[in-house]
Write a protein that binds this ligand. Structure first.
Ligand SMILES: O=C(O)CCC(=O)C(=O)O
Length: 252
């Protein structure tokens, strides 16, 4: 993560990095999600999760690890992948995803964002892999830049002004990006999904939540089961360890 990317992340609470995946990688992950959604029985049990099989490489993708080392902890063994879901939306879907959450200074370790001793200390950090093109204003995640540091309100006290949550309030920002791009945001930033309004081009995104290994926000998803986790490489299995830092076998 470059110094400039850190500057932007600290300023806004999120960054968008275009075209991190090659076309082949993007296609392989998209095909895996399609098989998982349409015909999961066609996949071996250990591949029946968004981050398994041909998508396993996303767990510790070097671009993501470099970012998480700057945002959460410099050591890989202090990182956990605690939740994961797929966002698949199309033009005309009736389910309105506009549900703003987060925002404001927060003492909950998962939702907090602090800068201390010259480094960012973000809690839960969302990594979004956008597998199809996102056209700005047509359905990418919407975020309120800087809201992870807002002082006069907090999500914890549920005092965020309704006025600001209006999509036309002027405080929201979103993005456009090519397939295979990466969006990273602090879960402390106020954010929401948005209706997808791009005919002929569905949203296909994997959203992974990473956290410091000493805390956990989400209940584990059913897809994070022993068949799936046991099918990952030993290094990647470590991202799904229990909530602790100091093990019985102390590391040197
Ligand atoms: O882009 C979206 O679908 C929203 C994601 C979201 O709300 C979250 O990660 O908490």
């Amino acid at each position: 993560m470059t110094d400039y990317e850190q500057f932007i992340f600290d300023l806004k609470g999120f960054i968008v990095i275009d075209s991190v995946l090659s076309q082949e990688e993007t296609d392989a992950v998209r095909d895996h999600l399609a098989a998982l959604a349409q015909d999961p029985e066609s996949l071996p049990e250990r591949h029946r999760a968004p981050m398994a099989g041909p998508a396993e490489f996303l767990i510790d993708h070097p671009r993501v690890l470099g970012i998480l080392h700057k945002l959460i902890a410099p050591q890989t063994d202090r990182l956990r992948l605690e939740s994961i879901f797929v966002s698949s939306r199309g033009d005309g879907d009736t389910n309105d995803p506009w549900r703003p959450h987060g925002g404001g200074t927060n003492l909950d370790p998962s939702l907090s964002y602090r800068f201390h001793n010259g480094r960012i200390n973000a809690g839960m950090t969302r990594v979004v892999w956008e597998l199809n093109e996102v056209v700005e204003g047509k359905g990418g995640t919407c975020l309120v830049p800087g809201s992870h540091k807002a002082n006069l309100t907090s999500a914890q006290s549920k005092s965020w002004p309704d006025e600001a949550d209006d999509p036309d309030s002027g405080v929201w920002e979103t993005y456009g990006c090519p397939p295979g791009s990466l969006v990273v945001f602090s879960e402390g930033v106020r954010h929401t999904g948005a209706a997808w309004t791009h005919p002929g081009n569905r949203r296909a995104a994997i959203l992974m939540a990473y956290n410091h290994s000493s805390v956990r926000f989400h209940e584990p998803k059913p897809c994070m089961n022993s068949d799936v986790i046991g099918g990952l490489s030993p290094e990647r299995q470590e991202f799904f360890k229990d909530v602790w830092v100091l093990g019985n076998a102390r590391k040197k």
